[in-house]
Design a protein around this ligand. Structure first.
Ligand code: HEM
Ligand SMILES: *[C@@H]1O[C@H](CO)[C@@H](O)[C@H](O)[C@H]1NC(C)=O
Ligand SMILES: *[C@@H]1O[C@H](CO)[C@@H](O)[C@H](O)[C@H]1NC(C)=O
Ligand SMILES: *[C@@H]1O[C@H](CO)[C@@H](O)[C@H](O)[C@H]1NC(C)=O
Ligand SMILES: *[C@@H]1O[C@H](CO)[C@@H](O)[C@H](O)[C@H]1NC(C)=O
Length: 532
């Protein structure tokens, strides 16, 4: 205001006249530009697809839409999904636009070659790769390969380790829980620590998996990484490098990296040394059976060092610990809310293990079909708004004629599919045995497989196609073991007057409230099986 007053006060009449002429011209120019840009900005310029979430015209409308996307992507995608049914539309965030795909397009892209349609380039871009280091192993598929080839195949042998770790963890975390009294438990912490320990046992082995410092790093890295990403996303692209340099927004994750190297370094060096010695002596080196070893064997020589192998371990934690923990938190929240499902699941698990001579193995776990159905229902629409993110690396034209330009990001509206009454009966109702019933129907018609691990263009909890989550078979077995330990030994319920907490939707993320408590009470009677 002050500067305007001064301008006018110091201006003679004639200059005032000139000044208003200039202002009028400028205003007209702005108006023209505004109208032009409005057109440009509400239609995605390179594809002509509509952008959703824009409520007011012009640049400010665009900025507002992007701001809103950070807090409420769910409703923006939902509106687009219903408004442009079966067609493409675009969502816009501060860092990128994403084209939302139709189910036919998802199927078409699901097995496209990596040099054309890339999952890792997508991750590197949305995870702010240049600043967070999440682009370090671009072009390699180390983790996916190790999980797909080694982890999934080794379940038979690592099962004992998982059982031991779950037992140790629950005995520690639920110490003193009795048959007479309900005990209040910070349930997310319990699950997170148990999952981190179990995953850790499989990833780095004993004794490191029980080291509190390692546990802390493997749990905290993910959270701090996503916090850094969120901060960076809000900063306009051009000034992001300066911002990062001044505020060091990735400081916390750098510290975790250093800590991981300090902890893993001695283990890695010792293993490499033992292997070298054995080779020299001509004796056989008995390799440990864990992810660290599989990665060491798989990576190219230039990555066979502490820095890169620790980094890959941290990536493995990011891919697995929170995803698994939050899924299981949903399962326990739903079980506590649907007590009518508890007994059937308990009976199924008992029957299956009894019939298998009291032994948990892969065959037994596969037969827990009601449990599998409950997992699938509990995670339906509860993971993220979008899934199946890919970056287009070469211009492609889809079979329906849609051109996708090099550099474009695409995604699938996973949460919309899983709540669409056209695709799913009565989607608003939680039905723990929905998929179990479907599988019975399917048996007679030899129809669609309704296992939790089966992906399709509409079942995207684990993505779809060649990059679908390779950890999903491990997760299913790990969580079935964990549930067996809990449900055969404890009753769970909500504290008086509480019920299932509302699902939290923030940006593209969907997750359960992690702050609530559940009550645990030990079941009476002797241990049902010797492994417990
Ligand atoms: C309930 C838990 C989990 C969920 C919901 C989940 C979900 C996903 C999703 C949605 C993707 C992307 C797939 C796509 O876009 O097609 C993915 C990829 C991946 N997940 Fe999982 N995941 C889980 C647990 C795990 C675990 C335990 C591991 C490791 C042991 C793991 C390792 C991976 C890897 C390595 C990839 C990348 C695959 C590739 O690059 O081809 N995940 N996961
Ligand atoms: C940020 O902080 C970490 C940890 O203190 C340090 O290692 C890193 O070099 C810093 N980065 C920049 C850009 O200053
Ligand atoms: C290899 O031989 C050295 C002595 O030459 C010995 O100290 C070491 O224990 C041997 N290592 C193995 C793995 O056999
Ligand atoms: C998937 O379902 C089929 C039958 O519908 C069953 O035979 C198979 O064991 C299941 N697989 C898993 C991994 O649960
Ligand atoms: C991809 O298509 C765009 C136009 O949509 C064009 O400008 C660009 O040159 C193409 N790139 C390649 C590598 O063909």
């Amino acid at each position: 205001m002050g500067i305007f007053m001064r301008l006018i006060n110091y201006t003679e009449d004639k200059r005032l006249h000139d000044y208003s002429l200039v202002s009028a011209t400028l205003a007209l120019l702005f108006l023209a530009l505004f109208l032009l840009l409005k057109k440009e900005w509400s239609i995605h310029s390179s594809t002509k697809f509509p952008i959703v979430g824009i409520e007011s015209p012009g640049y400010f409308g665009l900025v507002k839409a992007r701001e809103k996307y950070i807090s409420d992507a769910f409703h923006i995608v939902k509106n687009g999904y219903h408004k442009y049914r079966g067609k493409n539309f675009v969502v816009t965030a501060h860092s990128y636009d994403k084209i939302i795909l139709t189910s036919d397009q998802i199927n078409e892209l699901s097995n496209a070659p990596d040099d054309t349609v890339s999952f890792s380039h997508f991750l590197a871009e949305v995870m702010q790769g240049p600043y967070t280091g999440m682009d370090r192993f671009l072009g390699t598929n180390y983790l996916a390969e190790v999980v797909r080839i080694k982890l999934t195949k080794s379940l038979g042998t690592i099962k004992e380790a998982i059982i031991e770790e779950v037992r140790f963890s629950l005995d520690t975390e639920l110490l003193g829980c009795t048959t007479d009294e309900w005990r209040s438990v910070e349930i997310f912490i319990l699950i997170l620590r148990t999952v981190a320990r179990t995953s850790g046992r499989v990833f780095v082995g004993l004794p490191l998996c029980r080291n509190e410092d390692w546990l802390a790093v493997s749990m905290a890295f993910t959270g701090d990484l996503f916090m850094a990403i969120e901060k960076l996303e809000r900063i306009p692209k051009p000034i992001r490098p300066f911002y990062t340099w001044i505020f060091n927004s990735t400081k916390l994750i750098s510290l975790h990296r250093k800590k991981a190297q300090t902890l893993l370094g001695p283990v890695i060096r010792e293993r490499l040394e033992e292997e070298r010695l054995a080779k020299e002596n001509g004796s056989a080196y008995k390799k440990p059976s864990d992810m660290l070893q599989w990665l060491t064997d798989l990576v190219e020589p230039r990555h066979k060092n502490t820095k890169d192998l620790s980094e890959l371990q941290l990536f493995a934690s990011v891919a697995s610990i929170h995803t698994t923990s939050l899924s299981f938190l949903n399962v326990l929240y739903d079980l506590a809310a649907h007590q009518e499902c508890v007994q059937p699941i308990r009976e199924e698990i008992e029957a299956v293990i009894s019939a298998n001579n009291g032994i948990i193995d892969r065959a037994a776990l596969h037969k827990m079909t009601k449990t599998d159905s409950f997992f699938k229902e509990s995670t339906r629409g509860q993971i993220d708004v979008l899934s199946f993110g890919r970056k287009i690396l070469k211009n492609v034209t889809l079979s329906d004629g849609t051109p996708l330009k090099q550099g474009t990001l695409v995604s699938a509206p996973a949460a919309m599919f899983s709540s669409d009454p056209d695709l799913l009966e009565d989607p608003e109702t939680f039905d723990g045995f929905r998929w179990y019933k479907k599988s019975l129907e399917a048996e007679s018609r030899a129809a669609h497989n309704s296992n939790w691990t089966t992906t399709s263009a509409h079942h995207l909890t684990f993505g779809h196609g060649k990059h679908a989550c390779p950890g999903r078979f491990f997760v299913t077995e790990e969580l079935k073991i964990l549930l067996t330990f809990i449900i055969l030994q404890y009753d769970i319920k909500y504290p008086e007057g509480e019920s299932r907490p509302a699902t939290i939707k923030y940006g593209e993320a969907i997750y359960p409230d992690t702050t609530r408590k559940l009550l645990f009470k030990k079941l009476p009677g002797p241990k049902k099986f010797s492994f417990l």
